[in-house]
Design a protein around this ligand. Sequence first.
Ligand code: GLV
Ligand code: MG
Length: 325
Amino acid sequence: MSFTIVDQCTPRLNRSEQAVPGSNTRFLEKAAQGAADVVFLDLEDAVAPSDKEMARKNIIEALNDLDWSGKTVSIRINGLDTHYMYRDVVDIVEQAGDKLDLIMIPKAGIAADIYALDMLVTQIEDAKGYAKRIGFEMIIETALGMENVHEIAAASPRNESLHFGVADYAASTKARTTNIGGPNADYHVLTDPDGDGNRNVHWGDMWHYAVARMVVAARANGLRPIDGPFGDIGDADGYTAQAKRSAVLGCEGKWAIHPSQVELANTLFTPSGEEVTKAKRIIEAMEQAQKEGKGAVTLDGRLIDIASIKQAEVVVRKAEEIAAK
Ligand code: GLV
Ligand code: MG
């Protein structure tokens, strides 16, 4: 174990992260009543350039007038490479910053992007005398951002989560797909021919490396890794498969770009009763083993040791956090 302690970010439930366009007041009202753990009010890609100003006003009103209790509220500002971004931050944080929990930074490319925003937000918070500090969530969705993911994750004590923005990432890396997330038939391996010369096609997960790399950078800096959008909103099975893969890799949640995906995410990122029971049995078995002076024992025919306690505690703590909501 390294002597380095990884400080953990502000703990929050982040199973579902619902995207809501700031240009649509009805959607904003519905989201405030919905079941998402985190809602991000979007100023960026779901809002047309001609609607940016109107979306900013809607979001200020929604933050001040709607009841967001029981939820974490974020805004997705425009990119640092646009002229919209400074007004997104100045107008919204000045006029509703005390109601805002997080700011989502799209297309984070280098650590200095986070520093720049931190400087701006700190000045506004100090000028307004806000007691609460706004946290940051960064979307990793460019080749540059992925290359610098660790430095971005470490760039500010405000940082809370990293998000995999699969659509922009595909565009930035020039991946040959126009889907928003999900597998691709061309990303497959062929088995060797069987006795009759037949070969099976096994689809792979073209996003594995990117999600896994983001998870490591997030965890190495005490942040939450969150999987991004899944565009085929009619395909609940496809969403489920993608969410399970990212949960297995360590993600704590996934975006919901349609209200129907919110419940799915909440369920898929909640450990099942079976998983919690198994985790508790591991902890009990290891407590007993330690009383007997043993470092490892078998449970249901499988070896468990002190690392198993830590794995099991992740599951039990997550279940407790959700039960406390
Ligand atoms: C999200 O912003 C994405 O580009 O997938
Ligand atoms: Mg994007």
